[in-house]
Design a protein around this ligand. Structure first.
Ligand code: KG4
Ligand code: ZN
Length: 385
């Protein structure tokens, strides 16, 4: 089946069209078209994502991103298909809070043929509610105009299934699986007993890992998003192999019971360190970045290891923007060498950070279970289990 996926939970406006087949037993996905517009540069001056700016940018960009995706998937056919007055009215009701998006859509839809698509899937949450709402209302409008079923998707489920996409390959995995999700808003260990069957083992009690990367970067005077910036600095420190006994950070909750995390203390420790050290030269920043990455890596590996010991998974999945980190990818590849019975699954780099392909994959699985409710509401704190 052909799926159109829409993702607007944070600061990426993304659409993708996938051809999906094989069901739960042998899922196979072909990406026919994918387009992603990152707003990261626009949010830089705020030092993080500013929800109302994200909403406005999504509203401005969704139609161009959709058009581009349809074009890439060879599904853009120009044709005169005027809207009925009922359809126009429905649009203005659905998109009353997004007049610019409504105007763009009313300008676009009457000139294109209904694409050959079997389902539209959209991120329902978790994420920034104003941003989620734009994507949801847009998806609802397309679903009504083109008469295509609409399916809501949990963004974190998207990060889990992002590991399933492999060029030209069927790609299932063995259950039970343990999923470590590390993104800008979440840090979670989840037991995956089968598709659509999740149990949260632990989660962060305060900041998410990505948030700690972003806040630490800010303390070091680096721009948003902080993860890649910290990674670059840390890599330099590793190349130069500089040692500094005065730059040591804590490993919060590394030996605590259970599978919860806490990263706000790590960020606070960086703040004190920076205050005590005074003006930071480049080498000092590099050493702090390396120590920060090492601390994060130690905690993530320790907690994952603990969950592996207890639950004996056949697969370890790592998803979320932070697994774009070269250091963390290497760290887990190293870790798994001592666990030959477990297969490590990490997403392709372009599917680690937010994208619509992973939402399409999650949506495909949801087509087998859904509740095709037309009344989808954004849920900023939507949980998997
Ligand atoms: O999954 P994601 O794209 O968005 C959310 O769902 O939150 O994750 C974004 C997070 C940001 O905090 C960003 O700094 C972090 O992922 N990130 C990285 C890297 N690339 C992105 N963290 C560490 N190293 C990276 N290379
Ligand atoms: Zn994400």
């Amino acid at each position: 089946m052909k799926i159109l996926a829409i993702e607007t939970s944070c600061d990426e406006t993304a659409c993708a069209i996938l051809e999906a087949s094989g069901g739960f037993e042998g899922p196979h996905f072909q990406v026919l078209g994918t387009t992603l517009l990152s707003q990261a540069l626009k949010h830089r001056e705020f030092g993080g994502v500013y929800p109302n700016l994200a909403k406005r940018e999504h509203a401005k960009n969704l139609v161009p991103v959709l058009r581009e995706t349809l074009k890439k998937a060879e599904s853009l056919e120009f044709k005169n298909t005027p809207l009925s007055s009922t359809q126009e009215k429905e649009m203005s009701v659905l998109l009353k809070r997004e007049p610019e998006l409504c105007a763009q859509l009313l300008d676009f839809i009457p000139h294109v043929a209904r694409p050959d698509i079997d389902a539209i899937v959209v991120t329902q949450g978790p994420g920034l509610e104003p941003a989620l709402w734009v994507g949801i209302n847009f998806a609802k409008a397309l679903s009504v105009l083109w008469n295509i079923p609409l399916i809501p998707v949990n963004h974190m489920e998207g990060h889990i299934v992002s590991v399933l996409w492999e060029e030209n390959r069927k790609s299932n995995l063995a259950f039970p699986a343990l999923a470590l999700l590390i993104s800008g808003g979440h840090t979670e260990l989840i037991l995956v007993n089968g598709w659509l069957n999740y149990r949260t083992l632990g989660e962060t009690r305060d900041d998410a890992v990505g948030e700690a990367f972003d806040k630490t970067a800010r303390l070091l005077g680096l721009p948003y998003p902080g993860g890649p910036e910290i990674g670059r600095l840390a890599q330099k420190a590793r190349e130069h192999d500089v040692h500094r006994d005065d730059i040591v950070l804590p490993r919060p909750m590394i030996n605590s019971d259970g599978y919860d995390f806490s990263f706000s203390g790590l960020k606070t420790a960086v703040r004190y360190l920076v205050q005590n050290l005074g003006k930071l030269d480049e080498i000092t920043k590099q050493v702090i970045a390396r120590e920060f990455e090492n601390a994060v890596g130690d905690v993530l590996v320790a907690k994952t290891d603990k969950a592996i010991e207890a639950h004996n998974p056949k697969t370890l999945i790592i998803g979320g923007g932070v697994i774009a980190s070269t250091y963390l990818r290497a760290r887990f590849q190293e870790y798994i060498k001592n666990h030959p019975a477990i297969t490590l699954r990490i997403p392709a780099l372009e599917l680690a950070t937010d994208n619509a392909v992973m939402i399409g994959i999650a949506g495909y699985f949801r087509t087998f279970s859904s509740q095709h409710s037309p009344d989808i509401r954004a849920e900023g704190n939507l949980r998997l289990s």
